[in-house]
Design a protein around this ligand. Structure first.
Ligand code: TRP
Ligand code: SF4
Length: 335
């Protein structure tokens, strides 16, 4: 397997800038990404072109959200010194490779993609149906392939996109007779999915999320509103922690104490109010550092700009080589 500089394998992942990130993003992605920096060369991308596909009527939100995501990335420990943190639209190579790869991608592959079928259903109600959406996974493939990334940490929902990226690589490599592109593998997070405060999927659209940037008071208020074991109505009813979302949160954020807390629930040794107050303490403490780092970054817009400028430079240097190689193989330029 071809290896990146320093002999380490290369990782790329990205997020669409749709707003501030929440605890689900932290558990499902950021905490994992943070750890990967020790062992891999990491590229972390703010996928603003992907956001434009659905948010094109509200461009101001895209750039404001890209800034929020950058702040969340850095304040949660993605390190701009060690990793390449960049914004997709700052590196034109993604768009160029997307166009080239689209020539190697049969439309049927895209129409069959489960996420596309789902999107079409969902977006019809919003009146969104554009040409770009069909090519969403091709752009995502370009994001990955332009850095020859080996591993892509993503959620399960993204696996069909990685399968498609591999199919595109195989077709491209076989038609060009070279092995220029690298087949990327998905890398799933082991942590279980964190539900929102109302036990539905955590999502801004349900207003059931706890943001990484939330202030202590807001966190406490949201935790107090969490839905608990529906069978535990009065303080002296025994509880069923395995059916309670608050208990799941304890397991995720205070694993060492979770058993003891579950036992106190089961025996009605404490009430839901105490249990939630304890969870809120854990979350407030855990998010203290990100909150402080966010305040620092917000006060220093030049630093944010410098991080993106440096990230774009380092990303472009790698992307440039791949694009040159690909253009040579596809008859574009070359003399
Ligand atoms: N599609 C991804 C998501 O919605 C975001 C994304 C864009 C991405 N480009 C990527 C993820 C490249 C991994 C690699 O979560
Ligand atoms: Fe849930 Fe805690 Fe109440 Fe038990 S005590 S039902 S775990 S909130």
């Amino acid at each position: 397997m071809g290896e990146a500089g320093g002999g380490r394998q290369r990782i790329l992942s990205g997020m669409r800038p749709t707003g501030r990130l929440h605890l689900g993003n932290l558990v499902g992605a950021l905490a994992n990404w943070r750890g990967l920096q020790d062992d891999y060369d990491c590229f972390f991308m703010i996928a603003d072109y992907h956001a434009l596909m659905s948010e094109y009527e509200n461009p101001a939100a895209i750039s404001a959200n890209a800034r929020e995501v950058l702040i969340d990335f850095v304040s949660c420990g993605l390190d701009p010194e060690r990793s390449v943190i960049f914004r997709q639209s700052d590196v034109p190579h993604h768009a160029q490779l997307h166009l080239i790869l689209s020539c190697y991608t049969p439309i049927g592959w895209l129409e069959r993609c489960p996420t596309y079928k789902e999107q079409v259903q969902q977006l019809k109600s919003k009146g969104i149906h554009n040409y770009a959406f069909l090519g969403y996974p091709v752009l995502q493939a370009a994001d990955i392939l332009v850095y020859k990334a080996h591993l892509v940490p993503v959620g399960e929902d993204q696996l069909p996109h990685l399968e498609l990226a591999r199919e595109i690589v195989r077709r491209f490599n076989s038609l060009t007779g070279a092995r220029a592109l690298v087949e990327p593998q998905g890398k799933l997070t082991s942590s279980p999915r964190l539900l929102g405060t109302d036990r539905r999927k955590m999502s801004k659209s349900y207003h059931n999320q706890i943001d990484i940037a939330d202030e202590a008071d807001t966190i406490r208020k949201k935790v107090r509103s969490m839905i608990t074991d529906p069978k535990r109505i009065r303080r002296d009813d025994v509880g069923h922690p395995e059916e309670c979302n608050v208990c799941q949160y304890h397991k995720t954020f205070a694993p060492d104490e979770a058993d003891e807390m579950a036992e106190k629930c089961r025996t009605a040794a404490w009430g839901c109010t105490d249990c939630k107050a304890s969870l809120a303490d854990v979350l407030v403490e855990m998010l203290r550092e990100p909150r402080e780092k966010r305040a620092e970054l917000e006060a220093d817009p030049e630093r944010l700009k410098a991080i993106l400028a440096d990230g774009a430079d380092r990303a472009r240097a790698v992307a440039d080589e791949t694009l040159r190689e690909v253009k040579n193989l596809t008859g574009l330029g070359g003399w």
